[in-house]
Design a protein around this ligand. Sequence first.
Ligand SMILES: [Zn+2]
Ligand SMILES: [Zn+2]
Length: 257
Amino acid sequence: MYIDSHCHINFPELHKNIDEVLANMSQNKVTHALCVSVTLDNFAEVLGLANQHKHIFASVGVHPDYEDIDEPTVDALVAHTRNDKVVAIGETGLDYFRLKGDLTWQKDRFRNHIRAAIESKLPLIIHTRNAQEDTIKIMKEEGAKDARGVMHCFTETYEMAKQAIAQGFFISFSGIITFKNADLLRETVRKIPLENILIETDSPYLAPVPNRGKLNQPSNVIYVADKIAEIKNISVEEVAEISTNNFFTLFNKCLSK
Ligand SMILES: [Zn+2]
Ligand SMILES: [Zn+2]
């Protein structure tokens, strides 16, 4: 069995075909998926899906790419975690690739999420792009180690991965590791122990080879697992088993339901 540790199946292009999306998951033995919030406005949709479907879980958070939005307070974030199906805080983090200029607000928002994670005793889902130094610095300053979490859709350096792992974080790889130009990232996959790895689709984006260019969906996480097995020269069963164990170790609130 496989788990998609990060998807956005509440987005309209997947939500409108949700029965088919779930059927495709079970066909590929993708037994669970974590549906990740990007704004508090869409949290209700995410939670709705999780409440309707036993094997779908939810997170609460506001993505760093949404600039013109009311800042979520620590209290508001924590309040939303009081639901059984909410198992994580995020996605949150820093993105200096998409947004430029004075990003103090992005850093402040990131800090609030870390505080909410520590207070609610839930792990963090961190999005980080072109912001390695500040991401690690803020994680250390805020004590993200106490919350633990995952660096999702990881595309940064092995050096950064090591620093995140040292703070109790898992590294999650998406379909990007199947892309032709991702040799450097595959080298990072090779170096990171399977015990520190999660797998994800980040669907509806980033469909892996052989479905590249099509709409992505959680059932495609099997291709991420295949690629990791190939890179590490181990069986895909081993990747499936260990990454599934890792998922439940981190998002252990899933087990109480
Ligand atoms: Zn992200
Ligand atoms: Zn995402």
